[in-house]
Design a protein. Structure first.
Length: 173
């Protein structure tokens, strides 16, 4: 389309004028600048994507309890460096007409090496525990934000070497 400045597709049929590529692109830049000035201020040197594109992780049970200490305990906010978009491998969605706050994400990212499963990696959004007092409740949040992954354990040796503890389920006698 960029190579066809007079293509009828560029025309905004809601107006009496006949717009071409340059008119549409110029107006888009003007509109974007006005929106960003309204959101981030006049000084473009202070504009940061992280001030618009934020991610919060709200506990489904207690996240909207209306009790601030409970929400503080269970909810998490990603560090102020969330990247990604809906059209990237680093999928992080938002709906621009409603703002730039992240409104959907994959719950887990995984890279599987089919030639060597033991070389596969993954990361959960916040952590692997659902218990707010557990060290693994939110220990992956920085990794998730930075796009880092952790080794997945596929072999018995990897599992045993990486284990923090063992739970033995023994039938009652």
């Amino acid at each position: 389309m960029l190579e066809s400045p007079d293509d009828p597709f560029w025309d905004d049929t809601r107006t009496d004028a006949i717009e071409d590529r340059d008119v549409v692109l110029e107006q888009a830049m003007i509109d974007a600048h006005e929106e960003l000035v309204g959101l981030l201020g006049d000084d473009v040197t202070t504009w940061r994507w992280a001030d618009l594109h934020t991610a919060s992780f709200e506990n489904l049970t207690f996240g909207q309890s209306g009790i601030a200490p409970i929400e503080w305990l269970f909810n998490r906010t990603a560090p102020d460096r969330v990247g990604g978009s809906a059209d990237l491998v680093n999928a992080v969605g938002f709906y621009p007409p409603a703002g730039y706050v992240v409104d959907w994400i994959p719950s887990m990212r995984m890279v599987v090496d089919l030639s060597d499963l033991a070389a596969s990696t993954s990361v959960n959004t916040t952590g692997q525990s659902g218990h707010a007092f557990h060290i693994h409740y939110d220990d992956m949040l920085d990794s998730w934000t930075d796009g880092a992954h952790h080794s997945m354990r596929w072999t018995r040796e990897q599992v045993e070497d990486g284990s923090e503890g063992t739970l033995a389920l023994v039938p009652a006698t």
